[in-house]
Design a protein around this ligand. Structure first.
Ligand SMILES: [Zn+2]
Length: 238
């Protein structure tokens, strides 16, 4: 294998590894995006439920206020009857005072009930908006799930292709490189077993290499970084 053929082989191996990593990142991004959409949906479900509770509480308040108002109205009617049959001036005044108090209470209750009813209208509008938000978030999630379910097997297939490509390229490594390479693979893994020379430095561990090693690597001979043990190679500058 000539030095140029070796440089080209190393570049092809790098590109197969890069391709696989990019595909793996795509899968990770897809998964992260699903997690984000799931979180968004669950936040919207929580917001909708809280608003439902708030609306329920306001309705219950309104019905309490209506009940109380009808009790006050009944009491007022009764007292107005009693007023006609009061046995003394003192009794008359006492009933009259009660009636005045109940009338004030009635007015205050009417105001409070109106306020509660308009609050219920506002809450219902807000609830409607939240229901729509939730539906939109749920649709976004379902669409994304469907897209990802379709895309993922395709990406996994391509990842396998990239792995196979790297395996095929490894078999093209000349026999004299195999020892250094497999030693580095067992230490650093396939993705990280080789290091491009950066001038006179190992591109992975950044340690300087003796000049004779650099010259041998440049001429396409098998050279191992003395510091990290990776197979050194000249990067392809094209
Ligand atoms: Zn090194």
């Amino acid at each position: 294998m000539t030095a140029n053929e070796f440089i080209a082989l190393m570049a092809e191996m790098d590109s197969a590894i890069r391709r696989r990593k990019e595909l793996e990142h795509q899968i990770e991004r897809g998964k992260r995006s699903l997690v984000r959409l799931e979180r968004e949906l669950s936040e919207r479900v929580d917001a909708r439920r809280a608003k439902e509770e708030e609306t329920k509480a306001a309705r219950s308040l309104a019905s309490d206020q209506e009940l109380e108002a009808s009790q006050v109205a009944q009491r007022l009617a009764l007292r107005r009857e009693q007023l006609g049959s009061a046995g003394s001036d003192r009794e008359y005044s006492a009933i009259k005072l009660q009636i005045e108090l109940d009338e004030k209470k009635n007015d205050a209750l009417a105001d409070a009930t109106l306020e509660t009813l308009s609050q219920i209208d506002r809450l219902q509008e807000e609830l409607q908006a939240l229901v729509e938000d939730e539906r939109a978030a749920s649709e976004r999630l379902e669409n994304q799930r469907a897209d990802f379910a379709e895309l993922e097997p395709e990406l996994r297939g391509k990842i396998q292709d990239a792995r196979d490509a790297l395996t095929a390229l490894e078999t093209r490594l000349p026999r004299e490189f195999q020892g250094i390479y497999s030693e580095a693979v067992s230490r650093w893994g396939r993705d990280d077993a080789r290091a491009p020379l950066d001038g006179e430095y190992c591109g992975s561990c950044n340690q300087g290499a003796p000049i004779d090693l650099v010259l041998r690597a440049r001429s396409g001979q098998p050279v191992q970084c003395l510091s990290c043990g990776r197979l050194l190679y000249l990067p392809d500058f094209d």
